[in-house]
Design a protein around this ligand. Structure first.
Ligand SMILES: CC(C)(COP(=O)(O)OP(=O)(O)OC[C@H]1O[C@@H](n2cnc3c(N)ncnc32)[C@H](O)[C@@H]1OP(=O)(O)O)[C@@H](O)C(=O)NCCC(=O)NCCS
Length: 223
């Protein structure tokens, strides 16, 4: 497969937005499964089933836990769907304006030749941040298409960000990810990122994030 990593062009917008949305929606199912199989949620489901039965009937034993399971699914769904909606209405709505109008920010795409056609199969962005006298880069929007994973492309994209930040004399690269994004955490760890702290920061609604049992992780790599 022929692969090229290049700067984003306005004509990439539709495939980039589609890839971004699909890749973050992928987390909904595993997130729901992980939440529902946690000891706490299993206990709540069981307790609601017993309570429903004692209060009413066999129907109650199904309806109460069913409503709870539905609520948990809704929260997992909204945690990711809300994140996607928000990003599509903010930075991703104008990628050129938000990521390519300053020389120390950038947005790259990975383009592959698939069946004779060029396709966008990955993306990553960096934004320069000032903290006191130091400048660092924040990595955003790391996504690789499911058909191109585990061949080293995510590593190359992240390395592109690291090299870009090194060239500019930035002190470090920072990023946020979540406890559900285990592939991303493994990738960043392999690249030498370490946890800053597993903190209580939220991305989107606190309510959905708490119910979905997702925690936000902050990682950084000193350059
Ligand atoms: C995270 C993601 C970008 C990784 O991309 P990728 O191209 O598959 O990663 P690479 O092939 O470069 O993998 C590099 C290393 O990362 C780790 N890694 C990547 N995917 C992994 C997985 N599914 N399980 C365990 N480790 C994984 C491995 O250490 C791997 O090295 P190895 O293949 O020699 O074992 C990709 O899975 C993705 O787009 N996920 C959905 C979107 C997302 O969660 N983005 C992160 C936002 S913070």
């Amino acid at each position: 497969m022929q692969l090229v990593i290049r700067r984003y062009r306005p004509s990439d917008k539709d495939p980039v937005l589609a890839l971004f949305s699909i890749s973050f929606r992928e987390h909904i199912g595993p997130c729901f499964q992980k939440a529902m199989t946690s000891p706490l949620y299993l206990a709540i489901t069981l307790a609601l089933g017993v309570t429903g039965y004692l209060l009413g009937s066999v129907l109650g034993a199904v309806v109460l836990p069913g409503a709870w399971v539905g609520l948990v699914y809704f929260c997992c769904h909204e945690h990711y769907a809300g994140f996607i909606r928000e990003k599509l209405q903010t930075d991703m709505q104008d990628i050129t304006g938000n990521y390519l109008s300053r020389p120390d920010d950038c947005f790259w795409v990975a383009e592959a030749e698939v069946d004779g056609r060029a396709q966008i199969v990955g993306m990553v962005a960096v934004v320069a941040k000032q903290s006191g006298k130091e400048r660092h880069g924040e990595l955003f929007r790391m996504v690789i298409s499911s058909s191109c994973r585990r061949v080293g492309l995510g590593f190359r994209m992240a390395q592109t960000v690291i090299d870009f930040c090194k060239e500019r004399g930035f002190s470090k690269v920072v990023l946020k990810t979540s406890s559900m994004q285990t592939a991303a955490v493994a990738l960043y760890t392999k690249l030498g990122f370490s946890y800053v702290l597993s903190h209580t920061e939220t991305l989107g609604s606190v309510w959905f994030q708490t119910m979905a049992k997702v925690s936000i992780l902050k990682m950084e790599k000193h350059l």
